[in-house]
Design a protein around this ligand. Structure first.
Ligand SMILES: Nc1ncnc2c1ncn2[C@@H]1O[C@H](COP(=O)(O)OP(=O)(O)O[C@H]2O[C@H](CO)[C@@H](O)[C@H](O)[C@H]2O)[C@@H](O)[C@H]1O
Ligand SMILES: OC[C@H]1O[C@H](O[C@H]2[C@H](O)[C@@H](O)[C@@H](O[C@H]3[C@H](O)[C@@H](O)[C@@H](O)O[C@@H]3CO)O[C@@H]2CO)[C@H](O)[C@@H](O)[C@@H]1O
Length: 644
């Protein structure tokens, strides 16, 4: 059995491995870790209890022996074989947790070259499914993924991109918490207990987490289970605000995600060490820090790479500096997470503003960084858009790229959508008029086909500019229009939606709450979708809107500017554009642009139809984005991994 002394020995090695924190440097930095790897190659043979023939729910009495995280290696070097048929795990890898002084196989490889062939190709919504030329073992780490758990766009992306990559031939795992809140637990009904347990040394104790697993759409969905993920309320908070133990909950997630590829035999085979970790937002941001501080110094994961995907810089996972020892990281890695608030942001004269920042840790240690649009990849390097991380992100420009999100056309397709009353397409728009009528009926608005129906869907958050919608509402309500809003979040804005509804019963509906079916019906039934976001890393609702022939009116920022093409009635080849993207973001500008859209809707029917059809014919499918991610993977594997 592993003992605390083992962990201590490894920690001492980590300390011996190098000096205090410093920024990433060039090739000169690589000599020291390599020497260390030669001197001592620790190999913990993780004792893996075999999965039984049929998966079943967890009986508490059947706990496997706890594992010590951070020092686990694959059970045995596998033969090189194509990823699609990975080698079996040998029987003698099973047994008690043990430590051996042993070589970590240099060539532990589980990516392979796949030659795309006619035979390989699959049909994807009438298109031939493209295959990647080089496939990888990819591990997504996220706080949410649809359909299991979703609070917004992060859930959409992490529910779809992994599926798109798997369809292209990669082996893909998604690691996220197993949230149980009493109302949506059925989402995990097909995920089965794996019998794998690990103990995570952090927050002054040793915390046992277990793993559940579902194989769906060619993706291994892995759910980390711990009591802190079981509570009523939303994913990250409840009516009293964000949960006080979020730092703990996502520290567990990150440790568990680092162990999952080493200990979980999914479909009989582990993922192994040569993985591409795709870590999303702050919840997953300790992963690259752990790789750099607790694995690579021991020769584990030296062939892995990590990519930080920034969906929203507004959330960075910042907590007081005094919490650093809780994280279980070596003390000399403090600098990677160190964060000092500017004086103006401190609470009192004695506040030194010292904090730890998870997202910053990943910006420092990830091998590459992706933002969810090109526009946002530039904005995050500016003082206006960088939320305090602009200089650091600017210093990593050479590994920073932007890739616009895609949309899942199995979920978001007006020709097949299961949530909308009538189906339609660019070739036959008649169903859209019916969707509008049904939406008006559902919301209790007068059923008038001629009146422009404007929609808004989103989290009621400062980011989304709802306070600006609030300011223009009295003017807007003087027009002959209807407005349907769906959102939840800031209680003051929720109250405002309800009071506006009671003041303008024939014109305004405020649907307070979170409802995926209603969001589909608003997207299909409205004529215009308004998105006056202050900043928008990508934005999905404008993409859904265009797919449904609903014309977006957006603030020209981030991904909104990248994806909404301004209407131009006098283009070289006739009319152009898919909506309106206005700037700067002022109430006057927003109102003026909305009025332009409204009069185009009323007075220029054929222009309006052109706008709808051009939007509907845009290709926002994930396959295109997935291909761009593959390019980033390729670059990440060409470079040396982060070491310091
Ligand atoms: N009340 C409600 N009921 C039902 N559905 C609701 C809802 N409120 C929001 N949604 C849904 O949540 C998603 C929101 O996605 P967005 O990308 O527009 O914004 P978000 O800020 O959450 O995402 C962040 O991450 C994504 C993904 O990278 C980026 O596109 C974005 O710019 C960034 O801010 C959409 O699917 C929307 O329909
Ligand atoms: O998919 C929607 C967004 O989900 C994530 O944002 C969440 C964030 O990561 C959580 O930490 C939390 O944010 C709270 C924040 O931590 C707290 O300081 C306070 O400001 O309240 C916030 C709201 O509770 O919830 C966010 C979702 O509301 C993800 O990181 C984003 O990219 C997604 O846009």
């Amino acid at each position: 059995m592993a003992t605390p002394a083992v962990g201590a020995a490894c920690l001492l090695l980590a300390r011996a491995a190098g000096p205090g924190p410093r920024r990433r440097s060039g090739g000169g930095d690589q000599a020291r870790p390599r020497r260390l790897q030669r001197a001592v190659r620790w190999r913990c043979v993780a004792e893996l209890s075999r999965e039984g023939p049929a998966p079943r729910p967890m009986p508490p009495a059947q706990l496997a022996p706890p594992l010590v995280p951070g020092f686990l290696a694959p059970p045995r070097e596998p033969e090189r074989e194509p990823a699609s048929t990975p080698p079996p795990v040998p029987d003698d890898s099973l047994g008690d947790l043990d430590l051996e002084l042993e070589e970590i196989p240099e060539d532990y490889i589980n990516d392979t070259v796949v030659v795309a062939s006619e035979q390989d190709s699959a049909i994807m919504i009438g298109k031939e499914q493209a295959r990647a030329e080089v496939t990888h073992s990819i591990v997504f780490v996220t706080g949410e993924a649809s359909p299991y758990a979703k609070s917004g766009g992060l859930g959409d992306v992490c529910g779809s991109l992994p599926v798109a990559l798997a369809a292209r031939g990669h082996r893909v795992m998604v690691v996220m918490p197993r949230y149980l809140n009493g109302t949506s637990d059925k989402n995990y009904a097909n995920a089965f207990y794996t019998e794998k347990h690990i103990r995570i040394p952090c927050f002054g104790g040793s915390h046992e987490v277990t793993f559940f697993h579902e194989y769906r759409d060619s993706v291994d969905w892995v759910f980390v289970d711990h009591p802190s993920y079981h509570r009523p309320g939303n994913l990250y908070g409840d009516k009293f605000g964000a949960y006080g133990d979020n730092q703990f909950r996502y520290t567990l997630l990150c440790y568990a995600a680092c162990e999952a590829p080493l200990v979980l035999e999914l479909g009989g085979y582990i993922y192994g060490q040569k993985c591409m970790f795709v870590v999303n937002d702050w919840h997953a941001s300790l992963v690259p820090v752990l790789l750099a501080s607790k694995y690579r110094p021991y020769g584990v994961y030296k062939d892995a790479r990590s990519i930080l995907v920034i969906h929203n810089l507004a959330h960075q996972g910042v907590e007081p500096a005094s919490t650093y020892p809780d994280l279980g990281l070596p003390p000399e890695w403090y600098g990677a997470l160190e964060w000092v608030f500017p004086e103006w942001a401190r609470r009192h004269a004695l506040d030194k503003g010292e904090a730890v920042n998870f997202l910053k840790g990943a910006v420092v240690t990830a091998d590459r960084i992706v933002t969810v649009s090109k526009g946002y990849s530039w904005e995050v390097t500016t003082a206006e858009g960088g939320q305090g991380l602009d200089e650091l992100l600017g210093s990593r420009k050479s590994v920073l790229n932007g890739i616009v999100n895609g949309i899942d056309i199995n979920d978001w397709n007006p020709a097949t959508d299961k949530h909308i009353p009538c189906h339609y397409s660019a070739d036959d728009l008649s169903g859209k008029a019916k969707c509008k009528a049904e939406l008006q009926k559902e919301l209790g608005l007068p059923m008038r086909p001629d009146v422009p129906l404007i929609g808004f869907i989103g989290r009621l958050d400062y980011q989304k500019g709802i306070d600006l919608i609030k300011l223009i509402m009295p003017d807007l309500m003087r027009e002959d229009i209807q407005f349907a809003m769906l959102g939840s979040g800031d209680p003051e804005l929720e109250d405002w939606m309800q009071s506006t509804e009671s003041n303008f019963k024939d014109k305004f509906r405020g649907w307070v709450g979170f409802s995926v079916p209603v969001s589909h019906r608003i997207t299909a039934g409205c004529d215009i979708l308004l998105m006056p976001s202050r900043f928008e890393p990508c934005g999905l609702n404008q993409l859904y809107a265009m797919q449904y022939g609903t014309v977006p009116v957006v603030h020209a920022t981030g991904g909104l500017r990248d994806t909404v093409e301004n209407f131009n009635p006098f283009g070289d080849n006739g009319e152009q554009g898919t909506g309106w993207a206005f700037a700067p973001l002022t109430t006057e500008n927003m109102l003026w642009t909305l009025r332009t859209a409204i009069s185009t809707y009323r007075e220029h029917k054929s222009s309006w139809e052109g706008l709808m059809k051009r939007g509907m014919s845009k290709d926002f499918t994930w396959d295109h984005a997935a291909e761009q991610y593959e390019q980033i993977f390729q670059w990440a594997f060409i470079d040396q991994p982060y070491v310091r």
